[in-house]
Design a protein. Structure first.
Length: 259
């Protein structure tokens, strides 16, 4: 048991160091790549943005609309016992902007992007394409990870804004059906209680989640070494670690931002 714990601790420290190195190297090439004659191409960033951001809009929209509706259902059912069902608007607005919009967005993007990144890089490792990039003088992190990091950092906040609006819309439509509350009244009350800090906290979380997804997916991809089975294992592990890391990070941010 002690030997197993020691091996797991060593592996954990190794992966933390590897992830930190990948993040540092990505930021290095983003900042200094132009002066090293290996800039991060805008075309690659836009291609990644379309893949991880634009194509994630439908699933994020459906999930957040449903989340807002469920929050309205549970809130009205709970508050009705105290005769305060009209106060459900405040609960939905705070819950969506502070927690559920960035969290749901992060989890679904992690499911799509974390697995795709690990599978793509892992397949390149197995077929020795990463080694070929090094041979021809192209840094693999600059070529594969840096554009993804930039794309996720810019598209995740945009997706979170969309998630906020659609979750509020879902709650507003249910309040209209259950309480007869007009949509304009619901949104007026929501925007009256929300502050810039509430929305900014969700945006900050989404940026942190984006960095976690990019780095964890890349780490698991670069560690593949055993054929198709290794690629599948890395893909599954990437998704699990991304989601767990997002939830833990959300807990930590909530603890600090709620003080």
């Amino acid at each position: 048991m002690l030997e197993w714990l020691g091996r797991q601790a060593t592996r954990f420290v190794h992966e933390i160091g590897f992830a930190s190195a990948i993040l540092y190297e990505s930021l290095y090439w983003l900042a200094l790549g132009h002066w090293r004659n290996q800039p991060v191409r805008m075309a690659a960033v836009m291609q990644e943005a379309v893949e991880v951001g634009v194509r994630a809009i439908p699933i994020v929209a459906i999930a957040c609309f449903a989340t807002g509706t469920m929050l309205a259902m549970q809130g009205i059912h709970t508050l009705k016992q105290f005769g305060a069902d009209s106060q459900v608007v405040m609960g939905i607005a705070y819950s969506v902007s502070r927690e559920f919009a960035p969290l749901i967005t992060g989890i679904f993007v992690a499911g799509r992007t974390g697995s795709a990144v690990a599978a793509r890089i892992g397949t390149m490792m197995v077929s020795q394409e990463v080694d070929a990039l090094r041979v021809i003088g192209i840094n693999p992190v600059r070529y594969l990870v840096a554009p993804l990091l930039v794309a996720l950092t810019f598209t995740m906040p945009c997706l979170t804004v969309l998630a906020n609006l659609l979750a509020l819309l879902g709650g507003a439509l249910y309040c209209l059906a259950a309480l007869g509350m007009p949509l304009e009244v619901f949104f007026d009350r929501s925007f009256a209680v929300l502050t810039v800090a509430d929305v900014a906290g969700g945006m900050f979380k989404s940026i942190a989640f984006a960095m976690l997804i990019a780095v964890i997916g890349a780490v698991n991809g670069f560690q593949v070494s055993s054929g198709a089975q290794g690629v599948g294992r890395a893909t599954t592990r990437s998704v699990v670690l991304c989601i767990v890391s997002i939830i833990l990070a959300d807990m930590i941010f909530t603890g600090f931002l709620s003080r």
